[in-house]
Design a protein around this ligand. Structure first.
Ligand SMILES: Cc1cc2nc3c(=O)[nH]c(=O)nc-3n(C[C@H](O)[C@H](O)[C@H](O)COP(=O)(O)O)c2cc1C
Length: 187
């Protein structure tokens, strides 16, 4: 069994990319990771791992229900092990008080709803993936992006993620695991 579970939820694949990037960075630090889709039929069990990293994206103001439910049902195990949560959204790409407040609120609402207090939380700016959207979604997102001053050329995708920050987050998670008093497989 790998050391770390990275459980993610995604709508158009960007959070999966972030989760995979975290896994690769962990591997460079000697930590193996099991990257698992929260919507897959098999449901991983938190206590089978030494640490858990959960990631989800924001759509219409909320993280995916599958991740919220999983975190809620595993919060007791999660509270006894190194754990981290990352959120992926577009407000994190904006530099305004309003967007910073929204970005904070997404995390706060997730923690309130699940009752889980991860040792580390992080938000990454996501991506605009016009080419992945169906017609109605493309239209809706284009309207929202016009208001927010983001690109509206739907023939292209736009990646706002700071990938170095993703690597930094992974290294900090590896350090958290190394510093865990119960040690690897010691719990
Ligand atoms: C229909 C739709 C609604 C969205 N709603 C929000 C939102 O309310 N707040 C936000 O910050 N980002 C919002 N986003 C942006 C996504 O969080 C961003 O595109 C992210 O990278 C999606 O990741 P995923 O592909 O893993 O689902 C929305 C995106 C779409 C397509």
């Amino acid at each position: 069994m790998p050391d770390v579970l990275i459980l993610y939820a995604t709508k158009h694949g960007h959070t999966e990319k972030v989760a995979t990037r975290v896994a690769r960075a962990l591997e460079r630090d000697g930590v193996t990771a099991d990257v698992h889709d929260a919507e897959a039929p098999t449901r991983p069990v938190a206590r089978d791992y030494d640490a858990v990293i959960v990631g989800a994206s924001i759509h219409a103001g909320h993280h995916q229900r599958a991740i919220v439910d999983w975190a809620k049902s595993h919060r007791t195990s999660l509270s006894t092990m190194p754990s981290a949560f990352f959120s992926v959204c577009l407000t994190a790409a904006d530099d305004t008080d309003e967007s910073r407040e929204a970005t904070r609120r997404y995390i706060d609402e997730f923690l309130d709803e699940t009752g889980w207090i991860p040792r580390k939380t992080e938000t990454f700016a996501g991506a605009l993936q016009y080419r992945e959207y169906d017609f109605a979604t493309r239209l809706l997102v284009r309207l929202m992006m016009r208001k927010a001053g983001h690109p509206t050329d739907v023939s292209d995708d736009y990646d706002y993620t700071d990938w170095d920050s993703v690597d930094d987050f992974a290294h900090e998670c590896a350090a958290m695991l190394a510093a865990d008093p119960l040690g690897r497989r010691g719990r």
